[in-house]
Design a protein around this ligand. Structure first.
Ligand SMILES: [Fe+2]
Length: 303
């Protein structure tokens, strides 16, 4: 890890992001110089085939770097299998609430939902995840930083799970505060910010060619009747700079949902994998995000 910029304003040794559990860690500094297209993913939730499909899609489209912004484990179980994929492909890591709770051994998910029932389902998901997590991986999750700055040829990119201030803060598109996004970029002398956690991808362009992007989640659909999952590519633009692109990735979701059901995973977690519509977490969304998104072309044939 190296210092990133002479104009870097924040003290890298000071904790910056409040974790969902455990003690805050210093900012991690990653060297991404030379990257020309890279993938940012999060929220695998133990969905091994969906994560594998996203990695394959990213490789096919020429990604030469991979960042994972947390919540590797969750409602699908299969934690150690998922972490093996992440260990193999992702050099740039940031912890989500699931990693932080796993590392401290707590039983709740730390998702920070607005509605208690959603947190109850989140706790069930987290306990499913812990049942398939080995001790060596649990210790590894405890090493993931809360916040990272990736140095690239197009400037610094701030990688966080929920927000740069708080691991389990939800940054919803309908509630974005542009001034707050810009203040974070100013603080870290960054060109862009990548977050996840909410499961709902978005891109927000900011003045001066800067941007914020929620990369969505690669382990479950985004509540739009489409079972495909999402991640974000950062694409190098001629002349310098990054363009964020939300990627949609289909996979064999019905086979995976059938397998989880056979393994005893509750329907509340497998139904969204089948039809792309959330069964929990919806009541905690802001009014705009709570409304189902328009059905994409071909959604019926894909069921
Ligand atoms: Fe999360």
């Amino acid at each position: 890890m190296q210092m990133v910029s002479e104009t870097f304003k924040a003290n890298p040794d000071a904790p910056h992001c409040a974790p969902a559990a455990g003690s805050p860690k210093p900012l991690a500094l990653y060297d991404g110089r030379g990257l020309r297209r890279f993938a940012t993913m999060g929220g695998a939730y133990g969905n091994v085939p969906a994560l594998a499909a996203c990695v394959a899609h990213a490789k096919e489209t020429g990604c030469d770097g991979f960042a994972f912004v947390g919540d590797a484990t969750g409602c699908c179980g299969h934690s150690d299998e998922t972490l093996a994929l992440i260990h193999e492909h992702f050099p740039f890591l940031v912890a989500g609430n699931h990693e932080q709770k796993a590392a401290t051994g707590e039983e709740d998910c730390g998702c920070n939902y607005a509605v208690p029932e959603d947190n109850r389902y989140g706790g069930i998901a987290h306990r499913l995840a812990m049942a398939s997590l080995g001790e060596e991986n649990r210790r590894w999750l405890g090493e993931w930083p809360d916040l990272a700055l990736l140095r690239t040829d197009g400037g610094g990119l701030l990688l966080c799970h929920g927000s740069p201030a708080q691991t389990n803060e939800f940054l919803y598109e309908s509630e974005l505060d542009g001034a707050r996004l810009e203040a974070w970029l100013d603080e870290f002398d960054a060109k862009g910010l990548v977050c996840g956690h909410s499961g709902l991808p978005w891109v927000r362009e900011l003045p001066g060619g800067r941007f914020a992007v929620n990369c969505g989640v690669c382990g479950k659909p985004d509540h739009d009747h489409d079972a495909a999952v999402h991640y974000a590519s950062l694409v190098w633009e001629e002349g310098g700079g990054w363009r964020p692109v939300i990627e949609r990735v289909p996979y064999d979701h019905l086979a995976w949902a059938d397998r989880l059901r056979a393994e005893g995973v509750d329907d509340v977690f497998t139904i969204p994998l089948r039809n792309g519509v959330w069964t929990c977490g919806v009541a905690s969304l802001p009014p705009v995000e709570r409304v189902l998104r328009p059905r994409p072309p071909g959604w019926l044939a894909a069921l």
